[in-house]
Ligand binder design. Sequence first.
Ligand SMILES: Nc1ncnc2c1ncn2[C@@H]1O[C@H](COP(=O)(O)OP(=O)(O)O)[C@@H](O)[C@H]1O
Ligand SMILES: [Mg+2]
Length: 411
Amino acid sequence: MTRPDTTELGAGGPSEQAVRAALRGVIDPELGADIVELGMVTAVRIADDGAVGVDVALTIAGCPLRTQIRQDVETHVGALAGVRAVSVTTGVMDAEQRKVVMARARLVARDQAPATDIPDTARVIAIASGKGGVGKSSVTVNLAVALARRGLTVGVLDADIWGFSVPRLLGMQGEVEARDKKMVPLERQVGDGVLRVLSMGFLADEENAIMWRGLILNRAVRQFIEDVYWGDLDYLLIDMPPGTGDIQMGLARMIPRTEVLVVTTPPVAAQKVAARTADMARKGYLRVAGVIENMSDFTCEHGTSYALFGSGGGARLAADVGVPLIGQIPLHPAVAAGGDAGTPVALDEGQPLCEVFDRIAESVITTIAPVVSMEGCSARMLDRVEAAVRSGAPLGEPADRPPAPSDLTSR
Ligand SMILES: Nc1ncnc2c1ncn2[C@@H]1O[C@H](COP(=O)(O)OP(=O)(O)O)[C@@H](O)[C@H]1O
Ligand SMILES: [Mg+2]
């Protein structure tokens, strides 16, 4: 963006302040904030005769919203007293400027995000892809299991509302109960860790199906985010619905801190997918944290590898998007069989596929999205105090030190 702003204050024209105030009425519909707040207005010129010039920097060349933004600027500024004409000049941001705008958009979204029960300290990771059937759900459940095996508490949100598959893949069934008008996820113990799972599959019994059928998809996803009692979580993994449209954008709006792991397959014809992925991230102003390649080389029992679906797609996509390739999961019947049986391969300690997911979990924990340390954290402290008060038992070791007032108010 070219700064500083150039302004010629005219005796007859409106003040720059008035023009900027009017420009705050122009919302970038994709980014969900006004163009002044987003830093997209790079210059305002006001001539003596009431002609106003506004420079707007767009996030991408050929932005489909260019015409709309231009018209909105003309309408809003044109309505000001003393304005005779409005001319809008659009330019395109460079990568650095775009990053700044995206960061601002995330901040704005954070302010507007609805209240959820997802703990502040939980890392939220959406498993997404540019196309369907690449193994999002398989990756989600196996990564969740691999994280839980390390003693972590992992929420799994099956956001594929109508095409849900998580209950089957994890071999879980049951009905969601409500506590304080919130849905309580179903739990499954895995090693020292816990999975807390919510899926439409736990709600779609006769009675509830009637209740849900009328809901539009977006509303259902919203409910899944707002009205769930998650409790303490280290990670929340979201199995994203297929496609890169409104639902994904809506999800992003609701949990702006979401980071995306993109699942792709080996064929290098990934250009299109890369573009779609980048576009999805842009629309949702989400951070893409890494790429996972699924259905990579199949190794037969004799040790020979076959690149059945080609190779290089994951590395290529990662390079295109500018993020690390954090794992390659071989194409193997055991992945499908484990899913069908409700026993994900990531449970089979000592098996190569289990190790693959364990390594992905490790890189998530150590580099991609390190777990937020809760040791001595006031949130856990409050939980302990509350539990102790409820049970009448004395506080355990770490809570022996009375919480400082700052601890009690900092969260
Ligand atoms: N690495 C793999 N090896 C063999 N089959 C796989 C692998 N990953 C996924 N599958 C199978 O591919 C199909 C699609 O996977 P799924 O996880 O449902 O994809 P998505 O959620 O992206 O639609 C399923 O039948 C699944 O068992
Ligand atoms: Mg799926």
